[in-house]
Design a protein around this ligand. Structure first.
Ligand code: RIB
Ligand code: CA
Length: 309
């Protein structure tokens, strides 16, 4: 029996690779891919998601649009990282065959989770706005979802938007706070602490056997890897979102620690920081499984074996 999955994305380059991994793993019954405003606009994220499903010849997978802005804040696009189109200029000429399905992502999440109580895995790789809206409308989904895994935050290292904040939490900290406080029994954070170690290199890309997929991954990550080389003298693309999908596929790729975590929402300097009470100074009940280490080689072995399957 395949595990039921809802993938929530702000497709972007690494979201697209995460979608490829989830679809080609054949280990999920993908109930739907929900889209959210994040790296790029909701419209672009949705169109990019449909393009990737067309690339995979999997256009029957429902794509449901969600929030077109964070809960309270203005949009904060990342075109400098993902390009004007959101896919690093790849698939620019791809035909827009698939259109998004009817409905609103938070409602789709609620209906799916309640219809398949205890069976739905939620993987989120963008700002947590859609899940936060679903929780506001139907708090009891907390008791019916199987597990929630999200790419976001950073615990021990620097941020990637500000010195302390990671992008997905920074864009909608109020949404992240709602998710952290909701009381999910199984809530796992895949943060920069581990995703920065999963660097896709030219060598990995050369080992993708399918020409179309290899060309997409090569083209979409080209600028990203070039900029990474300029800054770090290593050519690489951090597999932030694909690692979150991989954790849903195989939890043994990471080790986790349970902590109480909160989100800074009122600071000039540290706004959007995921604050992790590692030393348990606040005496609060733990609410988050934090990924602390990752088996990088095993991740890429899994990634390549799935993409080449
Ligand atoms: O910080 C990395 C995260 O922000 C990834 O999900 C990337 O796609 C962007 O959304
Ligand atoms: Ca993303």
């Amino acid at each position: 029996m395949k595990r039921k999955l809802i993938l929530d994305v702000d497709t972007g380059i690494d979201d697209a690779i995460g979608i490829i991994l989830a679809v080609k793993s054949r280990q999920f019954e993908i109930l739907g891919i929900t889209t959210v405003n994040g790296n790029v606009s909701l419209e672009s994220a949705t169109q990019n998601t449909c393009k990737v499903l067309h690339l995979l010849d999997e256009e029957d997978i429902p794509v449901i649009k969600g929030a077109n802005a964070p809960l309270l804040r203005n949009s904060y696009f990342e075109h400098a990282v993902h390009g004007q189109d959101g896919l690093g200029g790849a698939l620019l000429d791809a035909p827009i065959k698939k259109q998004p399905d009817e409905g609103f992502a938070p409602d789709f999440m609620i209906n799916s989770i309640l219809s398949f109580s205890g069976e739905v895995t939620l993987v989120l790789t963008g700002p947590l706005t859609n899940l936060a809206l679903a929780l506001k409308k139907c708090p009891e989904i907390v008791h019916h979802v199987k597990e929630v895994i999200f790419m976001g935050g950073v615990v021990q290292g620097p941020g990637n938007v500000t010195p302390t904040a990671e992008y997905n939490v920074y864009v909608d900290p109020e949404a992240a706070k709602l998710v952290l406080d909701a009381g999910f029994a199984s809530l796992t954070q895949v943060g920069l602490d581990v995703t920065r170690k999963a660097l896709l290199t030219d060598e990995h890309i050369s080992r993708i056997e399918n020409g179309e997929l290899r060309e997409f991954v090569d083209q979409s990550t080209a600028d990203y890897r070039k900029r990474y080389f300029e800054r770090n003298r290593v050519s690489g693309c951090a597999m932030h979102d694909p690692l979150a999908v991989a954790v849903a596929l195989n939890k043994n790729l990471v080790t986790t620690e349970k902590y109480y975590c909160d989100v800074e929402m009122k600071s000039e300097l540290c706004d959007g920081q995921l604050v992790c009470d590692i030393q348990e100074r606040l005496g609060k009940r733990t609410n988050l499984q934090v990924c602390t280490t990752v088996l990088v080689e095993e991740f890429f072995d899994m990634f390549l074996s799935i993409v080449n399957s």
